[in-house]
Design a protein around this ligand. Structure first.
Ligand code: GLU
Length: 319
């Protein structure tokens, strides 16, 4: 930069310019009412953000399966508990242009390839002797242009379009997690845009976290294994690294991830069983190993290094 440009830059800069505050976030998929497991994760994300002087933002991840009316009800559930957020909730479906722009960026960097496989073909190839279970069997990764032409035409004949998969330049990527420490995972050739045009969660989550100024991701630990791929995608898109804390899931008495079918587990059901909002917060606090009656109290006493790291088995009140 020439001294002259520097001078201009400095004089043009508004005096009061502040870098926007970084944020923590909660990003529910609108699939139904919030249950106590979702709320416990949201509470932790809220506390983590507050304790570290961050904003707390909410994003409705509504680009795939959406239950009508669920987003609004989920936001009401958060408000009922007292989990307030900064700014407006972001609806991910409004961000399609930005997601497509990220796809373009990755394409220009040579980090995407077309995949013509059906689910069935992937399942068959994955059961071959040398396949790596759970990983894309690389079927379409190294096709020649003429092979691609043929496959494209075959798909078009059945009214389908190719998906776009990530062609990572690395075999693995490492993240730092406040609870799990250093976590390294192999990076799969994950789908970033589906054949039906829908952008994949792994892309949208990264683009939108960066857009919302999020640099702290607190969420349930069933997403831990996808964090390195997301961090790698963020790196390729030129975003600063996120910090992570993957928190234990709430389980049902069967040992599975808590779900609506497990009885009275949603906030609305618990309240209609006579629980108060205070009781819900007390139970969440106790499950984490703390005594608190309000979110503010919990925020005062919460210490991530002392929190109970066991999954919480939730026993719903009897009907
Ligand atoms: N929308 C995802 C879910 O509800 C969470 C995404 C995230 O926290 O990264 O499971």
């Amino acid at each position: 930069m020439s001294p002259e440009t520097q001078q201009t830059d400095q004089t043009n800069r508004p005096r009061e310019e502040k870098t926007p505050r970084k944020a923590g976030r909660f990003a529910p998929s609108p699939s139904g009412d919030m249950h106590i497991g979702n709320l416990r994760t949201a509470t932790l994300a809220w506390i983590w953000a507050k304790q570290s002087n961050r904003d707390f933002v909410v994003r409705v991840e509504d680009i795939d399966r959406v239950k009508k009316g669920a987003a609004q009800r989920q936001l009401e559930d958060l408000t009922t508990l007292g989990l307030t957020w900064d700014g407006d909730a972001l609806y991910q479906s409004s961000r399609r242009d930005a997601h497509l722009q990220a796809i373009e960026t990755l394409k220009e960097k040579g980090l995407l390839f077309e995949c013509y496989c059906s689910r069935k073909e992937i399942a068959e190839a994955s059961s071959a002797p040398h396949a790596r279970p759970g990983f894309y069997p690389r079927t379409c990764a190294e096709l020649t242009e003429s092979q691609r032409e043929t496959k494209r035409a075959e798909l078009a004949a059945t009214n389908r379009a190719p998906a776009l998969r990530l062609r990572p330049r690395v075999t693995e990527w490492t993240i730092q997690d406040e609870l799990f420490g250093t976590v390294t995972e192999r990076i799969d050739q994950v789908v970033l845009q589906r054949g039906d045009g829908i952008l994949a969660y792994n892309l949208a989550v990264v683009v939108d976290d960066a857009w919302q100024n999020v640099d702290q991701i607190v969420r349930a630990d069933d997403l831990l294994s996808s964090a390195p791929a997301q961090a790698y995608i963020a790196h390729e898109l030129g975003y600063s690294p996120f910090t992570y804390a993957h928190v234990p899931l709430v389980l049902s008495t069967t040992g599975a991830r808590l779900a609506k079918r497990d009885g009275a587990v949603t906030l609305r059901e618990l309240l209609s069983h006579g629980w108060s909002v205070t009781r819900v917060i007390e139970e969440i606090a106790a499950s984490l190993g703390f005594t608190a009656h309000t979110l503010e109290e919990l925020c005062e006493v919460f210490d991530a290094t002392q929190m109970n790291r066991e999954s919480w088995t939730f026993i719903p009140p009897e009907a």
